[in-house]
Design a protein around this ligand. Sequence first.
Ligand SMILES: C[S@@+](CC[C@H](N)C(=O)[O-])C[C@H]1O[C@@H](n2cnc3c(N)ncnc32)[C@H](O)[C@@H]1O
Length: 230
Amino acid sequence: MSGFERYFADPEFVSRYVEQGPAAFMPGHAGVLQMAGVLIAEAAPADGAVLVVGAGGGLDTRALAQMEPGWRFVGVDPSWKMLELARVVIGDEVSARLELIEGTVTDAPEGPFDAATLILVLGMIPDDGSKLRLLREIRRRLRSGAPFVLVDRCDDRQGPDFRRNIDRYAAFARASGVAAETVAGAYESQKANPGLVPAERNEALLVEAGFIDAELFYRGMEWRGWVAYA
Ligand SMILES: C[S@@+](CC[C@H](N)C(=O)[O-])C[C@H]1O[C@@H](n2cnc3c(N)ncnc32)[C@H](O)[C@@H]1O
């Protein structure tokens, strides 16, 4: 066993990601994934196909798979390391209804899918047309009326509260027990993140990409979650 595979076979490494990854940075992460499942179940069939964009790490797929044993999943992520971690986190019991693809949304099958998620991904994508292209590619893979769950951290870099908000982001992670050097690195990445946009921008992009009836179902500090429909 070599390189990262060794880490992914190490239960301590995997549990550190599960407990100190997104769950330690985003308030109420487990509840958000549970709400995502509830919102998808409202509009998708019990044997529906779910497209998980940015499926690396596996937390979103694992939570949804536990909620509905009939859902089938296609997950895409450009990072094979994150996909390997996803395989471990999601677990063997889901493998029969899971396909993981190394790549971006354009490498996903055409569908149509009955639901899609984009959780903690859009904020990493620059707003130079790339965010819109990603949302459009998801939208065109969904059947009409299918739910789409978008979750991300948003902020206005030019706004008066930008510094306060990013200090809170770091303070929350520290309070979750994340190591100081990890928090410091995340703080600098967020501060310089070219993909960070205000919440209103995400709402405008959803409309431009063709989604309708977007509803904000979650806000925790500057983190937001929307459900919208194709
Ligand atoms: C913070 S992780 C979130 C993973 C997972 N959705 C979750 O909530 O636990 C962000 C993931 O997005 C992936 N990613 C980055 N750019 C992407 C893109 N253009 N399309 C799909 N996934 C992307 C990264 O490789 C990484 O695995």
